[in-house]
Design a protein around this ligand. Structure first.
Ligand code: HEM
Length: 182
């Protein structure tokens, strides 16, 4: 998993829970890196899982909510790092519809070793978009946080429904988005 995700995660924990929790979280895990990440590195995906589980223990919050909260802040980090992804779309549906055939394709060109999910989308009318998330890493909570931040970025009111098609594993999840038209 790319370093930008790790540095953004540690930053999220620091901003949300403070320095002490960051130290305790890292100390409570068995990390080959000792928690030292750079945005250009590539690290074992298992390290972020260990950290989020430890953060859940330390904070008393449930892991899915923590991952979702992290996804929400990660959207801002990604948009700051890659502003062009939001510049050529008009709204959140425009962005969501380009994740698989544009955004993640560009990510793959930059980082051939990136661990990316598969998305497929289908418009079910002008105000309804269906998105299918598939990834062996089971990070549908991360995807949900990213989507919610994306709706907010474009200042749109979108109803989001989620259906797990993988018996709760989060590896195959359908998201249905409906724009609230006032
Ligand atoms: C709402 C929009 C987006 C969604 C729902 C989304 C979803 C995800 C998810 C769930 C992952 C985790 C990997 C997995 O599940 O297998 C991921 C990884 C990633 N995404 Fe996206 N993404 C979005 C937008 C973006 C944008 C705007 C960028 C920046 C150009 C980006 C760059 C990346 C990168 C760098 C990774 C990490 C790859 C790795 O660690 O190897 N994504 N994305």
């Amino acid at each position: 998993m790319k370093g930008i995700v790790f540095t953004a995660f540690v930053q999220y924990v620091e901003d949300t829970f403070g320095d002490l929790i960051v130290e305790q979280m890292i100390a409570g895990c068995d990390l080959a890196t000792d928690g030292a990440y750079t945005s250009v590195g590539t690290y074992d995906h298992g390290e972020i899982i260990q950290m989020v589980v430890e953060l859940g223990r330390l904070s008393g919050r449930n892991v899915p909510d923590l991952v979702k909260g992290f996804g929400y802040t990660l959207f801002g980090t990604l948009v700051t790092g890659y502003p062009e992804v939001v510049n050529h779309v008009e709204d959140s549906f425009g962005l969501v519809a380009t994740i698989d055939n544009h955004i993640h394709v560009e990510v793959r060109k930059l980082y051939p070793d990136a661990d990316l999910p598969t998305f497929s989308h289908e418009f079910r009318g002008p105000d309804e978009l269906h998105l299918l998330y598939e990834s062996e890493r089971g990070l549908a909570d991360l995807a949900e946080g990213l989507l919610i931040a994306c709706f907010e970025y474009f200042k749109e009111e979108i109803e989001l429904q989620r259906e797990d098609l993988s018996d709760g594993a989060g590896t195959r999840v359908a998201f249905n988005m409906r724009r609230v038209v006032n």
